[in-house]
Design a protein around this ligand. Structure first.
Ligand SMILES: Cc1ncc(COP(=O)(O)O)c(C=O)c1O
Length: 385
């Protein structure tokens, strides 16, 4: 008699993964992680998992240092037996609707939040000209696409304290404005807008202008009472909130994000997407698994918070004044040597980057404790002040 399917699958994993490990493949970190998973032990800080170069300390692209949720990994492992099937279902949309207590029509899933931001620009400009108003510096996705389409980008400088200047943004809106783009907390400065101030601002924006709130880093906000703009998106037809599984959920590689907004607004965006074909069986499984593991998000946020405290104190000790961020990275003014420092760190296999559109500022994603230490050790050698 044949065995139950899930027993077959379990023994298949055991044979393939642990058997493979026994064949001398344990030196590969992903293999170690997979073997640990099958053995039922929690994955802890397996250095270099997911990187082609396990020796690289990757602190330049704001990935979750803790990795993916174990639940997400298990869900993907299970789903790979169904890869022959098209994902013609709405399971992820249903789960997200439940998660946010919203109707499903208010959710549009995308290939990362990047797709949602992209669709917004296409929907706004496919049949007409106009401009967007954005804080500057800020995440360049919406402005970049807008410029690519030959439309005007009105860049409103941040205030001297690096806060977004909502008053100046409001003043820049005219009858040709199609989108107001706000990244909150902002990347690359990590600053958060005051919720009440933001609300007052949104009230002043004309109804035919879409206010896009990019909340990629919202889980890392320090104030536990801070309100997302989702209630505003429920109230107003012109507010779009962009969220991602790439940061707190640790799924940057599987490319899932979503927009929350009025059903009519989302329909306008969806015209330019691939419908259900923009996701795949494995990405859906990963996102569903991650949603079921809020503890992983909490652990990730705590790890990042601790890492930031460490980086702040070490940078201050070296004479630098990092910006207090509410995100997954630290931004610090390094001065005219920024580019040289970044290159020298790269030579030591440590990847950090210049904070975009901020001359003299370096952005360091928070890594695992040892990765943060390695960065500090090497940076200290360069940065004697
Ligand atoms: C502010 C912000 N928005 C959106 C994204 C895009 O994320 P993804 O497409 O992985 O969801 C990023 C990525 O770093 C980001 O920093």
């Amino acid at each position: 008699m044949s065995q139950p399917a899930n027993l077959d699958r379990r023994s298949f994993f055991r044979r393939t993964l642990v058997g493979g490990a026994a064949m001398g493949l344990v030196s590969q970190p992903w293999w170690e992680a997979a073997a640990q998973l099958v053995e039922g032990t929690p994955i802890r800080n397996v250095r270099g998992v997911g990187l082609d170069d396990p020796a690289l300390v990757q602190l330049s692209i704001n990935e979750n240092p803790l990795g993916s949720s174990r639940r997400a990994i298990e869900a993907v492992a299970k789903a790979m037996f169904g890869m022959n099937r098209y994902p013609f279902h709405d399971q992820l949309e249903e789960a997200l609707a439940k998660h946010h207590a919203l109707p499903m029509e208010m959710i549009l899933t995308g290939i990362g939040s990047s797709e949602i931001l992209n669709l917004l620009v296409l929907a706004a400009f496919w049949d007409r000209g106009g401009n967007i108003v954005t804080a500057f510096p800020s995440y360049p996705s919406i402005p970049g696409k807008t410029e690519e389409l030959g439309r005007e980008v009105r860049k409103i400088p941040l205030k001297p304290d690096f806060g977004i200047d909502l008053e100046a943004m409001a003043a820049a809106i005219d009858s040709e404005t199609r989108i107001v783009s706000i990244c909150n907390p902002n990347n690359p400065t990590g600053q958060l807008l005051d919720a009440a101030e933001l609300r007052r601002f949104v009230d002043t924006v004309p109804e035919d202008v879409i206010v896009c709130m990019d909340e990629a880093y919202i889980h890392f906000v320090d104030d536990p009472d801070y309100q997302s703009t989702i209630p505003l998106a429920q109230e107003k037809e012109n507010v779009l909130v962009a969220r991602t599984f790439s940061k707190a959920y640790g799924l940057g590689g599987v490319r899932v994000g979503y927009g929350i907004g009025h059903p009519e607004l989302l329909k306008r965006l969806a015209r330019f997407g691939l419908g259900r074909l923009n996701k795949n069986t494995l990405s859906i499984a990963a996102a569903l698994g991650a949603l079921e593991d809020p503890e992983h998000v909490t652990r990730s946020v705590e790890l990042v918070r601790e890492g930031k405290r460490y980086l702040y104190s070490q940078l201050r000790e070296m004479g630098y004044e990092p910006l207090q961020t509410q995100t997954i990275f630290v931004t610090v003014e390094v001065g005219p040597n920024t580019e040289t420092f970044i290159e020298l760190l790269q030579e030591q296999r440590i990847a950090v980057r210049q904070a975009f559109d901020m001359d003299g500022y370096m952005r360091v994603s928070v890594g695992l404790p040892r990765e943060n230490e390695v960065f500090v050790e090497e940076f200290r050698k360069l940065a004697v002040r």
